[in-house]
Design a protein around this ligand. Structure first.
Ligand SMILES: *[C@@H]1O[C@H](CO)[C@@H](O)[C@H](O)[C@H]1NC(C)=O
Ligand SMILES: *[C@@H]1O[C@H](CO)[C@@H](O)[C@H](O)[C@H]1NC(C)=O
Ligand SMILES: *[C@@H]1O[C@H](CO)[C@@H](O)[C@H](O)[C@H]1NC(C)=O
Ligand SMILES: *[C@@H]1O[C@H](CO)[C@@H](O)[C@H](O)[C@H]1NC(C)=O
Length: 401
């Protein structure tokens, strides 16, 4: 069979897929969402094909596509954009040009991309951070942390922590005229996991305890301890984020052993010694009734993976594994969730646990929301929803930072 036949067959399947793909009913711009979702599934399909014929690794295609969208550091009349290094970690700064008597707030931005791809320099992120910088007069720090599979856990986290601590030095804050009492850490998707963890770590570090005013988490992934949460069962195939793609990529942050992917799909990946941790992610105790629906809580099957991965029990990997006394010290929290998102319930559990220990949480829920929309604000893939989420987040910053 020649390549042409293969390509033709492949296109037909995609087209059929595009036509019949079910999209949740209340989603806005359903055809556009179908289009974006088809592109992502096509990329995943191609990545699998390329990996099977030995052309390139599965994850490679995602990082290649992401690099197409990198924006150069271009300053404009309102904002100076600077690419530099903080403690040897590449960062991008958006600094407002407008003079003001008052010192500026700051936002530390951590991008998503399942720990494997993405950049704070992607046009959608660059535009958002530029807008925030201009609109609320904030300095925005984007961290270009190291990615898997080249750099395993905890490389990405260490970079985020180091760059953040570097920025929080008095002399650096003074250099950019940042008000040390108005600093927020923000992360989206897997960046939300990193942002939540950085916040937890700084809060338990005496030197940095009170240095972060707020955290903002946009549809964050906060655990892969239980992969049978109701939202996983409801949206295994997306839209946008689907289980298989997510597990293939996310597992690379921990190991290249592909048996982990199958174990994650079957929810049989956690080690024998992890039973005591399931109380932290037990959805039957934390989810609102509305989301429990008719799903039945099943006890985890443990110790099925051959090799031992104690990192799966580390709260620095899955911030939902932090215990209540760790959560108690967390600052003001903003969480935005999307209804049709397989990561949705991670947030609902975190919100319930944070509120249980008295942390102030502001929760925005997008009833018509899908995962990743913040990245779709450009060109043919621009979604109204992306702008709506961006505006909600900025509005919250305006009111609270
Ligand atoms: C600069 O800021 C003004 C006022 O907010 C805005 O109207 C203008 O579009 C901004 N310029 C750019 C290049 O974004
Ligand atoms: C999860 O919660 C349910 C309901 O409260 C309980 O029956 C079950 O034992 C819990 N399981 C774990 C592992 O915490
Ligand atoms: C798992 O362990 C068994 C028994 O120790 C061994 O025979 C098998 O090869 C291992 N499988 C993998 C994928 O490492
Ligand atoms: C919570 O976790 C921290 C850090 O791992 C530990 O020092 C502390 O003892 C734990 N607290 C409880 C109540 O388990």
């Amino acid at each position: 069979m020649g390549y042409k036949t293969l390509c033709f067959g492949f296109s037909c399947i995609l087209f059929a897929y595009f036509l019949y793909l079910p999209i949740p009913e209340n989603v806005e711009e359903p055809w556009k969402v179908k289009y974006v979702d088809t592109l992502i599934k096509a990329a995943s399909c191609m990545a699998t094909l390329f990996e099977n014929i030995g052309l390139m690794k599965y994850e490679k295609i995602f990082s290649i596509v992401a690099t197409f969208y990198i924006a150069q550091p271009v300053s404009d009349e309102n904002v100076t954009v600077i690419d530099t290094d903080f403690s040897n970690i590449p960062v991008r700064l958006h600094v407002p040009k407008r003079k003001s008597e008052r010192k500026r707030p700051a936002i530390i931005f951590i991008h998503g991309g399942i720990f494997v791809f993405g950049s704070c320099k992607i046009t959608a992120h660059d535009n958002m951070n530029r807008l925030i910088s201009n609109k609320i007069g904030a300095v925005v720090l984007g961290i270009e942390y190291r990615l898997a599979p080249k750099y395993l856990f905890p490389a990405a986290l260490e970079d985020c922590v180091s760059a953040t601590k570097f920025f929080l030095q008095e002399k650096i804050l003074a250099k950019y005229r940042v008000d040390p009492s108005r600093i927020c850490i923000m992360g989206e998707s897997s960046g939300g996991a990193l942002a939540a963890t950085v916040t937890q770590l700084l809060r338990s570090d005496p030197e940095f305890k009170n240095r972060i005013k707020a955290q903002a988490l946009i549809y964050p992934g906060l655990q892969l301890v239980d992969t049978f949460l109701p939202s996983h069962r409801e949206y295994p195939h997306g839209p946008i984020l689907h289980r298989e793609m997510m597990f293939k990529l996310a597992s690379l942050y921990v190991t290249e052993d592909s048996s982990m992917i199958q174990a994650l799909l079957r929810n049989e990946h956690m080690p024998e010694e992890s039973r005591h941790l399931f109380k932290f992610v037990n959805w039957s105790n934390f989810l609102p009734e509305k989301y429990k629906k008719n799903y039945v809580y099943t006890e985890p099957v443990l110790g099925k993976v051959n090799a031992s991965y104690p990192v799966l029990m580390d709260s620095r990997l899955f911030p939902l594994l932090a215990n209540d006394s760790q959560l108690q010290s967390l600052p003001l929290t903003y969480i935005l969730t999307c209804e049709h998102d397989l990561l949705r319930d991670d947030s609902f559990i975190y919100i319930a646990r944070l509120r249980n220990v008295g942390v102030q949480v502001f929760h925005d829920h997008m009833e018509e929301g899908i995962h990743g929309a913040l990245s779709f604000t450009m060109g043919a893939v621009a979604l109204n929803l992306g702008f709506k989420i961006r505006d909600r987040y900025i509005h919250w910053l305006e009111e609270n930072l």
